[in-house]
Ligand binder design. Structure first.
Ligand SMILES: C[S@@+](CC[C@H](N)C(=O)[O-])C[C@H]1O[C@@H](n2cnc3c(N)ncnc32)[C@H](O)[C@@H]1O
Length: 354
C-alpha cells in the first residue's frame, strides 16, 4: 500500500495493491466508508475511488518468487548456487532435473550481468585431477573464468582444473601460519590459490600438480599477479615431487609442506621416510611443518585421521594439531592435520617405504 499525504497538498492519493483479492466490491465499499469518515467536516474535499489494472511483468519479480510460481508445489526451490567468476554453479537434485533448463534460465536472467553462464554438476568427482563434469544449462558456454581471491586474480577453466571457492577461508587460515622466512612446498597445488597467495608472504614457493592444464594456469596466474620470481612450478606426481625436492639442495631450506588432496594425500606421507638419510649427519636440518588434508567418515574423525598418518609414516607424529575444516557430506568431515616431520622419519632407512 502506498500512501502519499503531503500535508500542504490538499489532494491525497492512496494506492492499494492487494494481490489475489477476491472480494473487490466489499473492499471498495469499506474504503469509501473509511475515507468519507476521514474527510468529514471538510466540505471542499472530493473523494473518488478509481479501479485500475496493474500488470507486474517478469522483471518485477524476484528469482525465488518466479521459481516458486513455475515449479511444482512442494518442490524445494533451488535458489542457492555457488559463484565462480561469471559462472553460477547449481547443485540440482534429481527432482529438479526435468526443469533444469527453466531453472537455469531464471537464475541467469535474475543475476545478469555478473552471471553469464549457469552450470550443473553431472557427477561426483572421481578423476585424478579432481575436475567436475559440468553441464552448461544457460548462457555462454565458456568455462574459462577469472576469480579474485586474497587480492589475487586466478584464471581457471572449470572444465579442466580443480577450483573450490568454498575453501577460500581455509586457505586464508593456512596462510596465516606462514611467515616471511618460510619456504613452501605445495605438493597438490592446482592453479595455485595457496601457492601464489603464499608467494606474496614467504621467501620462496615450490608448487606442483599432476594435471598439465592446472600447471599451465598456475604459470599464467603467476605472471598475471607478477609473482613469477617467487615461485617455481613443477608438473609431476606428488611422490616424485617430494623425492625431487628433498634430494636437491632445496631440502635444507623447506620449512612448510602443504598436501591438499583430501582423498589421497595421507597415502603420500611415506614419501618423507628417509628424505634426510643421505645428508651429512653433522649438519642440523630444520624439519618442515607438514599440513596434510584428509576426509573421514569415522565416529571419531580425529582419531581415525591420526591413525592413518601413523600408518603412512610408520611412526607416531607428535603434537599434531588437528582441525575439522568442513562437513562435506552427512557423517563425512574434511580435516587438516599439521605437525612437524618426525626426525626418526626424515632419517629413516628408505627400505621401509610402503
Ligand atoms: C583438491 S585439489 C587442490 C588444489 C589446490 N590446492 C586448491 O586449493 O585449489 C588437488 C589437486 O591435486 C592434483 N593431483 C591429483 N593427484 C596428484 C598426484 N598424484 N600428484 C600431484 N598432484 C595431483 C589434482 O590435479 C588437483 O589439482
Amino acid at each position: 500500500m502506498e500512501y502519499d499525504n503531503n500535508p500542504s497538498d490538499q489532494s491525497w492519493k492512496l494506492i492499494i495493491l492487494i494481490p489475489g483479492v477476491k472480494f473487490m466490491q466489499q473492499i471498495c465499499c469499506a474504503l469509501i466508508a473509511v475515507a468519507q469518515e476521514a474527510i468529514r467536516g471538510n466540505s471542499t474535499s472530493t473523494f473518488d475511488l478509481v479501479r485500475c489494472k496493474l500488470t507486474l511483468f517478469y522483471d518485477y519479480w524476484q528469482m525465488n518468487e518466479i521459481l516458486e510460481a513455475l515449479l511444482p508445489r512442494d518442490m524445494v526451490i533451488p535458489s542457492a548456487f555457488e559463484t565462480v567468476g561469471h559462472i553460477a554453479h547449481l547443485n540440482l537434485r534429481d527432482e529438479h532435473l526435468p526443469y533444469k533448463k527453466l531453472i537455469a534460465k531464471v537464475v541467469l536472467d535474475k543475476n545478469k550481468p555478473k552471471i553469464q553462464t549457469v552450470v550443473n554438476k553431472i557427477d561426483a568427482i572421481h578423476n585424478d585431477y579432481r575436475t567436475m563434469q559440468l553441464e552448461v544449462l544457460a548462457g555462454n558456454h565458456s568455462l574459462v573464468t577469472m576469480v579474485v581471491e586474497n587480492g589475487l586474480r586466478f584464471q581457471v577453466d572449470l572444465a579442466a582444473v580443480y577450483w573450490n571457492s568454498r575453501l577460500a577461508s581455509e586457505r586464508q587460515r593456512l596462510l596465516n601460519d606462514f611467515a616471511h622466512h618460510d619456504v613452501l612446498c605445495d605438493v597438490f597445488a592446482g592453479v595455485g590459490p595457496i601457492a601464489l597467495s603464499a608467494a606474496k608472504i614467504v621467501k620462496h614457493v615450490y608448487a606442483n600438480d599432476l594435471n598439465p592444464c592446472a600447471v599451465q594456469y598456475m604459470e599464467k596466474n603467476s605472471v598475471l599477479n607478477k609473482l613469477e620470481r617467487h615461485i617455481e612450478i613443477f608438473n609431476m606426481d606428488g611422490r616424485r615431487f617430494i623425492d625431487a625436492m628433498f634430494a636437491s639442495q632445496k631440502a635444507h631450506s623447506i620449512t612448510q609442506v602443504v598436501m591438499n588432496l583430501p582423498n589421497d594425500a595421507v597415502e603420500y606421507l611415506d614419501a618423507f621416510r628417509g628424505v634426510f638419510k643421505d645428508k651429512p649427519k653433522d649438519k642440523e636440518y630444520a624439519l618442515p611443518m607438514i599440513h596434510v588434508y584428509g576426509f573421514s567418515k569415522a565416529r571419531d574423525p580425529e582419531f581415525d585421521f591420526h591413525e592413518r598418518i601413523r600408518i603412512a609414516l610408520q611412526e607416531v607424529a607428535v603434537n599434531v594439531e588437528m582441525r575439522r575444516v568442513r562437513h562435506v557430506a552427512p557423517g563425512k568431515w574434511m580435516l587438516c592435520a599439521s605437525f612437524r616431520l618426525p626426525k626418526s622419519v626424515a632419517y629413516a632407512h628408505a627400505m621401509l617405504r610402503m
